[in-house]
Design a protein around this ligand. Sequence first.
Ligand code: 13P
Length: 248
Amino acid sequence: MARRIRVGTSWKMNKTRAEAAAWCDALLAAPRIDGVDLFVMPPFTALALVADRLRPAGVAVGAQDVHWEDAGAWTGAISALQAKDCGATMAEIGHSERRRWFGETDETVAAKTAAALRHGLTPLVCVGETAAERDAGAADAVLDRQARAALAAGPAGVALAYEPVWAIGVGAASADPAYARARIAELRETAARVGAAAPVLYGGSVDEATCAAFIADAGADGVFVGRAALDARRFHEIARLCAAAAAV
Ligand code: 13P
């Protein structure tokens, strides 16, 4: 039987509400793909709009971050409770851009993961080594540390995204699938050691040319796509290619 895989995207800080609506309409107009669970992480400003349009079609919607508290004097922050109120069923936590630019730490990632679980949101926790950590031979130690912090919040219900920092964004190239395969296997071992069976997705410069290899060769449970999925038709095509790779 074909593996069931996940294909998702974070729009990061992109799209007005009108652009978000157009993206949803384009996705909904495309043929349904069997064997794939789709999810979208829009910016908070489009969360309710996207959830209203996509959830009836079975596409999950998540926030790109949540705070560890439910409410209070935390200017600029959004809680898991508020994200859920907008229709989110997932929460992305610990993306390397948040770790780099917004002071995210293993400790805040753990607290935010706990908050997401508390409200029934599936946390998708991003882990990944920098180029310097990779070159120092420390990739697996970094991944182990980051994943343990997240899984300590609750071994059940957490999903991981392996996103090597050096493979993300404009000018970067995706990881070699064999390299990703080894890291994903290590992450699965880390999860198993704490009694978790966390799915592990791959993210970092995934596009139409590279996506299938992460499913077929790297053994990922799905892919998490950034800039290549800002166009809904490209997102759909990536999902189609991943489903085909999982079916063989
Ligand atoms: P890119 O696909 O644009 O490299 O971004 C990946 C990512 O950060 C997904 O979370």
